[in-house]
Design a protein around this ligand. Structure first.
Ligand code: LLP
Length: 453
């Protein structure tokens, strides 16, 4: 991941109002009395009562996305598990929503597992990821009774086997395979993903070696395969291509060992609209390509259709979220650009500096006005790369305005930091006219809680 999604045209005032930004906003977004509303609540009022910077998550959008995945994958095959990738946005409230929607949860560290445990998430619905799970993390997983561990290396497999045998357990595992197909934003590149720190390369024979070892080792049970070809993918044929490769590998496994893959997890990666020009694929089309693709390839090779799993992260939460900031200063550099500085920045959204990500922005208290200028939204951190949105069409800003950055629900709070000892913003879940603080704003005491003097 790292590329902007759709090549961006030069920024010009586009005269769009908040009402024109529906494609990147939560499903409940509306403009009333000149203000942006989400979840039935006035974002300007919410910013005033909760303070800024503030992450806002719309519960209705999150639930709808989870339900869409369940619906449009099971539409084609009854046994498909929707596994939310917790790395996109993880909190206790989020774990509970995922549990209530009967979905599973992908955790990729002991910390994420601790959240799932604290939230009372059903452990049999946990998938554990990571290319270097520590022995301590493996023990935590075994003791918690997680559903499956996605094994990523030979060392990990041996370690897990020994730890499970010591405890008299048998742990179900998937093997992560790199199919040799790397998804680019709009296309796929064959062989690219072979150079990857993740998984066992199929083309080098390592994946087959791993399957054979998994079948013979005690304490682990080989249930199936996992792959993840990338993130923010627009072109569904990248998934189709990778599915062809992995199902053919399933046939090779059957030929070589007689064992059939019982669970095939095709990872996450469906792209979302960050900018108005972005046209991501729908969950409905994704479900068809993935699930029908697996079925067709299995039929081609005479294999039993396995249980399936998909692991979406970004496409569940990204458009459910917005970040609200207060405009603190406006610097117009004649003939160059206008900087609008806000009370957050790279500590709450690192994606712009890290990936050159692009976002749409609007002024929540002028949501019915056209975006008649272009400005760069800058953060408050001590470096010039601290930009939240480069060259954003925007309503004319004034100090004190509430600036809303759209589609920040994924990989913003989860990748946040305390750089410059900035406290992390609160997260407010909105739904049907009510606001619930699900993560409170940090305090200076929080910043010092690990300091021993
Ligand atoms: N499953 C596995 C094994 C993954 O590694 C990931 C994401 C997902 C599922 C979920 O993928 P999604 O549906 O969210 O694309 N920090 C980057 C994204 C890194 C994604 C890492 N793995 C960003 O901000 O764009």
């Amino acid at each position: 991941m790292g590329k902007p999604t759709t090549p961006r045209p030069p920024a010009v005032p586009d005269m769009k109002t908040g009402a024109d930004l529906a494609a990147v906003l939560p499903i409940t977004a509306e403009v009333k009395d000149g203000h942006l509303f989400v979840g039935g609540l006035d974002m300007v009022e919410l910013a005033r009562t909760q303070g800024t910077a503030l992450y806002v998550m719309d519960e209705a959008t999150i639930r709808q996305q989870l339900r869409d995945y369940v619906k449009w994958t099971r539409f084609h095959w009854p046994d498909v598990d929707t596994v939310y990738a917790g790395k996109a946005f993880m909190s206790l409230a989020m774990c509970k929503i995922v549990a209530e929607e009967d979905c599973s949860l992908d955790v990729s560290s002991g910390g994420e597992l601790a959240f799932a445990l604290r939230a009372g998430f059903p452990m049999e619905r946990i998938y554990v990821h990571g290319n270097n799970k520590t022995p301590v993390e493996l023990i935590e997983c075994l003791e918690a009774g997680v559903g499956r561990i996605v094994v990523d290396s030979f060392e990990e497999m041996e370690r897990l086997s020994a730890l499970a045998v010591e405890r008299g357990l048998t742990q179900s595992i998937l093997l992560r395979v790199t199919p040799g197909v790397e998804a680019d934003t709009h296309d796929f590149i064959m062989t690219g993903a072979e150079d990857s720190k993740f998984g066992f390369g199929r083309n080098q024979g390592l994946a087959m070696q791993a399957v054979k070892r998994a079948i013979e080792l005690p304490g682990i049970e080989f249930e199936g395969l996992h792959m993840h070809i990338g993130s923010q993918i627009f072109a569904l044929h990248s998934f189709a291509k990778a599915i062809e490769v992995i199902v053919e590998f399933m046939r090779e496994i059957k030929d070589a060992t007689g064992v059939e893959v019982r669970l095939l997890d095709t990872g996450g990666g469906l792209g979302i609209a960050y900018g108005l020009p972005d046209e991501p694929s729908t969950i409905q089309d994704y479900g068809k390509v993935v699930v029908d693709g697996i079925k067709a390839e299995c039929e081609r090779w005479g294999l039993t259709v396995p249980r399936m799993a998909v692991e979406p992260g970004r496409s569940i939460v990204a458009n459910a979220g917005v970040t609200l900031y207060t405009v603190g200063s406006i610097k117009e550099i004649p003939n160059i650009r206008t900087y609008v500085a806000v009370d957050g920045g790279m500590s709450d959204n690192i994606r712009t500096s890290l990936y050159d990500a692009h976002y749409e922005a609007l002024i929540a208290n002028k949501a019915d006005q056209p975006r008649e200028m272009v400005a760069t939204v800058a953060g408050k951190h001590c470096e010039s790369g601290d930009i939240v949105v480069n060259d954003a069409p925007l309503q004319c800003p004034e100090v004190g305005d509430i600036l809303c950055v759209c589609a920040t629900g994924a990989y913003c709070q989860s990748m946040s930091s305390n750089y410059n000892k900035q406290v992390r913003p609160a997260v407010v879940m909105v739904n049907n006219g009510t606001a619930r603080v699900i993560v409170r704003r940090e305090t200076y005491d929080d910043l010092m809680k690990c300091e021993l003097g």
